[in-house]
Design a protein around this ligand. Structure first.
Ligand SMILES: Nc1ncnc2c1ncn2[C@@H]1O[C@H](COP(=O)(O)OP(=O)(O)O)[C@@H](O)[C@H]1O
Ligand SMILES: [Mg+2]
Length: 231
């Protein structure tokens, strides 16, 4: 296997009856990279992450993750591949409100057998991860009782459990002040270093740029920007 974990080639995408939103000739991410992808609101960051995670299908072109092309997979195998391979931290965290913190963190291991196996003893792995992320005392709580900063760490733990090859983060720090954002990113980097995970982090907030070894502007990457109505 090559050291490229994500490759886009001539990828074009538009929502139904809408103008071209994504037109990326070439984009590669290598194993272990910490990539910051920035661009203004409405420029297609979340859409691009949807394509990268195989939730959205490109109109044309090829997207491969770990050398496997989405176009060659059934939607069912895309779903299970996504569960095995990607940890997703959503902008609004998308935690399940009626589950405890521990149950939320364990979810990916119920969806993916590979991640369940990699997690080993699930309870003690969650204990150790929660300890490192500073959320040990929250494990029995219902997630709606948590602060935004606490929810964010739970969302990170859920993305990281079972060591997925790629962590995708969609503006997960926008609700936090600078000190909390910096601390959160440091924790995330430490976890990724521990198992060699790759990070693709998107944001409109360029103040976080300095913390990342690799920075890419979506406006430069995406030929369709300009046609879309970025605000
Ligand atoms: N499901 C959808 N159907 C149609 N248009 C959409 C959909 N989701 C997003 N868009 C439009 O696509 C553009 C890019 O959105 P998005 O990818 O969410 O941008 P960003 O994450 O950079 O703010 C926006 O103009 C948005 O209104
Ligand atoms: Mg977005």
């Amino acid at each position: 296997m090559s050291d490229v974990v994500l490759a886009l080639n001539e990828v074009k995408f538009s929502y139904q009856n809408s103008t071209l939103l994504i037109d990326i000739p070439e984009f590669k991410v290598k194993a272990g990279e910490r990539l910051f992808l920035y661009g203004p609101s409405g420029c297609g960051k979340t859409t691009l992450l949807g394509l990268i995670s195989g939730i959205l299908e490109a109109n044309s072109g090829e997207i491969s993750v770990l050398d496997r092309s989405y176009a060659k997979m059934s939607s069912r195998s895309r779903d299970s591949f996504r569960g095995d391979t990607l940890g997703y931290i959503f902008q609004m965290f998308n935690l399940i409100p009626y589950l405890t913190v521990r149950e939320n963190i364990a979810l990916p291991c119920q969806i993916s057998r590979q991640r369940r196996q990699r997690a080993g003893n699930l309870n003690s792995t969650i204990d150790a991860l929660a300890q490192r992320l500073g959320i040990s005392d929250l494990l029995g709580r219902i997630v709606t009782e948590l602060s935004v900063g606490q929810q964010q760490r739970v969302a990170a733990a859920r993305a990281l459990i079972g060591d997925p090859a790629i962590i995708i983060a969609d503006e997960p720090t926008s609700a936090l002040d600078w000190d909390h954002r910096e601390t959160f990113l440091k924790l995330l980097f430490e976890e990724l270093d521990r198992y060699g995970g790759t990070l693709i982090f998107v944001s409109h907030d360029q103040s976080l740029k300095a913390m990342f070894p690799k920075v890419i502007s979506l406006v430069e990457l995406n030929n369709a920007v300009g046609e879309a109505s970025c605000t």
